[in-house]
Ligand binder design. Sequence first.
Ligand SMILES: NC(=O)c1ccc[n+]([C@@H]2O[C@H](COP(=O)([O-])OP(=O)(O)OC[C@H]3O[C@@H](n4cnc5c(N)ncnc54)[C@H](OP(=O)(O)O)[C@@H]3O)[C@@H](O)[C@H]2O)c1
Length: 159
Amino acid sequence: MIAIIVAVAENGVIGGDNRLLWHISEDLKHFKAVTTGHPVVMGRKTYESLGRPLPNRRNVVVTRQPLALDGCEVAHSLGEALALFAPEERVFVIGGAQIYGQALPLCDEFYLTRVFRAYEGDTRFPAWDESEWRLVESESFASGKDFPHPFAFERYVRR
Ligand SMILES: NC(=O)c1ccc[n+]([C@@H]2O[C@H](COP(=O)([O-])OP(=O)(O)OC[C@H]3O[C@@H](n4cnc5c(N)ncnc54)[C@H](OP(=O)(O)O)[C@@H]3O)[C@@H](O)[C@H]2O)c1
């Protein structure tokens, strides 16, 4: 079972200068609650942006380079990364844009945090067809503890 988890600004931006552009502590908690205990697969740039493997999860980094990264497994394609896991295992693809683009056609479930504000950034979530997905959960917030704009946690499954 392959799931994507991502936070997207209302103009499609997900990052800039290889970092996140907002700090929403509720979203970090949500990400942790959803993914802990499950493997996470990410692109090499997202790994560099995190700077360390995420604890209590198998971390797989996708790169074309011959890298060895402490605490991570390295795969040389998304297919190679996903083949490390049995089909019944819940695997989370956690970005970034290049890896999301390759994973979208393969995934069954989609955790989307919508950030209702536009950001200037250099990285966007790829276009996705909402008609292929069914919204099964949604929780909206007018603002966060330290974030003054609305956001929502949504979960979609493929129709
Ligand atoms: N808002 C969110 O939820 C969220 C989540 C994650 C990331 N982000 C943001 O997204 C940005 C990073 O995204 P990105 O698209 O620039 O990079 P990325 O997808 O994280 O990583 C790209 C790298 O992955 C490797 N790669 C990609 N496709 C491959 C393939 N088919 N086979 C082998 N290796 C492959 C390459 O590594 P090599 O160059 O080493 O070969 C490539 O340079 C950052 O700003 C980050 O903060 C946002």
